[in-house]
Design a protein. Structure first.
Length: 119
């Protein structure tokens, strides 16, 4: 059995300026998965930097509210929303609320630095 506590995951600022904690990644634990899972935070009034991934990604909103930008599409998001981001899409998320915007980010196949382009 493998259990990872979020509080045991190192917090860092990602290239897109989100505050991340990588929970699961197949290169960092002996796990039979092809995806990576991260916990992300965008502070109130902040926006992640526009970026593209060569892989698909899903955001699952846990707390807060914001506006998701994927290519030319713009939608309001809130807790309970799952957002599919196709490969090679220009993406960023804006926190429009008073509290942190908190979400899970699932990248499949697993996130790799060389698969991300920060604009």
């Amino acid at each position: 059995m493998f259990i990872r506590d979020l509080n045991d995951c190192e917090e860092f600022t990602a290239g897109d300026n989100s505050i991340l904690r990588e929970i699961l990644h197949p290169d960092k634990a002996d796990l039979a998965i092809n995806y990576s899972l991260a916990h992300a935070i965008i502070k109130s009034g902040r926006t992640s930097r526009p970026h593209k991934l060569k892989t698909s990604e899903v955001y699952y909103i846990l707390e807060g509210e914001g506006i998701m930008h994927i290519d030319s599409e713009i939608k309001r998001v809130h807790p309970g929303h799952a957002i599919y981001i196709p490969p090679n899409s220009l993406q960023f998320i804006q926190n429009t609320g008073q509290d942190d915007l908190v979400f899970l980010a699932i990248v499949d196949p697993a996130w790799k630095k060389e698969d991300e382009l920060i604009l």
